[in-house]
Design a protein around this ligand. Structure first.
Ligand SMILES: [Zn+2]
Length: 287
């Protein structure tokens, strides 16, 4: 009888041990299989590569977001006149500007990011700004791009989709730059007309065809328009919005952006003699 009781007791203990093992095992499986984004545990164990949320501040009135504009990063041709020379910034000066911006805690972002922040009327605490290049000149690829890559700087380029030739970026270069994740493309129309001087039908074609061409080439939405010669009026702004642009760029020399007027964002044309930091400081205090 004692032996039989002892035997039953042993079985009972064995069943209990197995039950405990199964329970503990299940608990571990549950712990391990919790999805990473489930906030059940503690945010302090979030993986390092997950971007922490940026604290945003509401915008009241205009926002100081400098948008610099360049055309050529190169030495101007020897016979170039004064106006043409103003479009050329030599690579060393360009690199110095990038260094100065970084030293002064500016963080270059894409124009689409600027448009998003302004659209939501919220800004990160950092000094965001944008670096833009008009026309899609080939010297972007040969001279500006190595510098931008060196400092991992984002830039936004505006392409005339009808223009081809050896002075301009090729579709292959555009694709390569797009893939880098550091360059964003937008429309600079098809043929670079003075939009204020052509019919509404032609305006529509320039805005829509360039948007579709780039959209198809890059397989993404093209959301930013850059007005050729910086020329625009109220009806062109309305048309740009109607055909799907989120924001448009002018040459109105300022760094203050009106979140209620995304179709006329201001830009600063950088010419060889401009002291960019001094000019930004001046604009900042002028509001
Ligand atoms: Zn242009």
């Amino acid at each position: 009888m004692d032996i039989k009781r002892q035997f039953l007791l042993d079985i009972l203990i064995a069943i209990l041990v197995v039950a405990v093992i199964i329970l503990v095992d299940n608990l571990f499986i549950n712990l391990k299989s919790k999805p990473a984004d489930d906030n059940w545990f503690s945010s302090s164990i979030a993986p390092e590569n997950v971007e922490t949320s940026v604290e945003l501040q509401p915008i009241s009135g205009k926002a100081f977001i400098p948008i610099l504009n360049f055309h050529h990063i190169d030495t101007a041709p020897a016979k170039a006149d004064k106006v043409t020379r103003s479009f050329y910034v030599v690579p060393a000066k360009f690199e110095q500007i990038i260094n100065d911006l970084l030293d002064n805690d500016y963080r270059p972002v894409f124009m689409s990011e600027v448009a998003d922040y302004l659209g939501k009327k919220q800004l990160p605490q950092e000094n965001i700004m944008a670096i833009t290049f008009d026309d899609g000149n080939e010297d972007f690829y040969t001279n500006a791009w190595p510098i931008l890559q060196k400092y991992k700087i984002k830039s936004s380029l505006y392409i005339m989709t009808g223009v081809k030739g050896k002075s301009w970026l090729t579709p292959e270069q555009i694709l390569e730059l797009d893939k880098s994740g550091l360059v964003e493309f937008g429309s600079h129309t098809v043929w670079h007309p003075k939009l204020t001087k052509i019919s509404e039908e032609e305006q529509r074609r320039e805005l829509v065809d360039s948007k579709e061409f780039l959209g198809k080439l890059l397989n993404k939405q093209i959301e930013i328009l850059c007005y050729p010669f910086g020329l625009y009026n109220d009806s062109i702004k309305a048309l740009a919005k109607e055909v799907g642009y989120k924001a448009s760029l002018t040459f109105d020399q300022d760094a203050w952006q009106n979140p209620d007027d995304l179709m006329a964002l201001t830009r600063i044309s950088v010419y060889p003699g401009l002291d960019v930091m001094k000019f930004l400081d001046k604009l900042k205090t002028e509001n």
